[in-house]
Ligand binder design. Sequence first.
Ligand SMILES: Cc1cc2nc3c(=O)[nH]c(=O)nc-3n(C[C@H](O)[C@H](O)[C@H](O)COP(=O)(O)OP(=O)(O)OC[C@H]3O[C@@H](n4cnc5c(N)ncnc54)[C@H](O)[C@@H]3O)c2cc1C
Length: 364
Amino acid sequence: MVNSNTNIAVIGAGLSGLACAQQLQQAGYTVTVFEKSRGVGGRMGTRRVSDEPDNKTADSWQCDHGAQYFTARDPAFVRQTNQWLAAGVISVWSPTLHSFGVKSDSRQSQPSAGVTRFVGVPGMTAPVRQLASELSVRLQSRVIAVSKQAQQWMLALEHDSTLAGPFDQLVFALPAQQLDDLLAASADVPAAFVNAARQSTQQHPLSPCWALMLDYREELPVSFDAAFVNATGDALFQGDHNTSALLSWIARDSSKPGRPAGEIWVLHASTAWTDAHLEDDQLQVFQSLLGAFNALTGVDVQRYHPRSWRLHRWRYAQALQTNNTPGFICDAGLGLGVCGDWLNKGRVEGAWLSGYQLAQVLAR
Ligand SMILES: Cc1cc2nc3c(=O)[nH]c(=O)nc-3n(C[C@H](O)[C@H](O)[C@H](O)COP(=O)(O)OP(=O)(O)OC[C@H]3O[C@@H](n4cnc5c(N)ncnc54)[C@H](O)[C@@H]3O)c2cc1C
């Protein structure tokens, strides 16, 4: 434990922050993770209706409303995936996949043959929770500014008049826009670092996504478990351009392994539609997305109506799958690092690798 006198704060308990924290702790550092939400996982989220603080109903269903599944290609992430498999916190999901429409650009979303898709069990947050269980995580601790005192870093937290720290190193594991906000409020961070970070955040802004979760009383007559919905060119969509532009992904969440019995669907709105309807009333968004889903699947609206639904607005959902090298930012002299999916191909595997690789550099 050669580094146990070195204190490191990680801001953000999504997968990238927790992967970074785990590696640093294994290298012998003392690590504390700060997370603004009530739970860990960030965009690897599972909504549990029974856990909602204001839930006064007997509803108890759950649904993954962020990341839907992940793949593993890099050897280091394959090793992590194998550990999660052995621990029973993830499993392989083999949905019957469908694809609507054909995109004109290269980011066409189609079911690819031979891809192994993993999901958390019993929900997408399970592997992230497992990482967090071995770490010191302070929940409901939004960092609103960082400052320097006697060559060490201090954190100002919302609703807390005491600064947290001191820390020798800081890791920012936040979506690009949230990093911008935090750095703008942190006058002690040198301009050179802020400018370098801002260059990256401006190149890789995250797009928003409305996610609608639906709980049905009975199984829907839909022959597939999940579908990529591409916006243009398919005969299916002709005559209804609104429907074609609305959705990007639909999935029967209850077809994933280890889920409670039920008929749960999740719908993700397209980036373009979400952008145009970000501030809309929830009921309007629900009606639009449900209408598009029914039109797409041919579900008879007279017979099948969800008995319960939830909406989640991801302001910062997904980054473009850009190929950065390295997929993190590090200034060892200042003791500052940044990791996150948006710096490394914008997906679950990229997020994990970004945090993992940043930790290797910080631990040197
Ligand atoms: C709708 C949707 C669908 C997706 N589908 C897929 C998919 O199918 N496959 C795939 O591989 N990926 C998918 N992704 C992307 C995947 O979820 C992300 O790549 C990954 O989870 C990002 O992890 P992260 O740690 O980089 O960021 P995040 O998970 O966003 O973690 C950042 C954390 O920082 C916290 N935070 C923010 N500000 C502060 C602050 N000031 N103080 C303290 N804490 C703070 C946040 O609450 C959050 O917990 C999807 C994402 C969304 C939203």
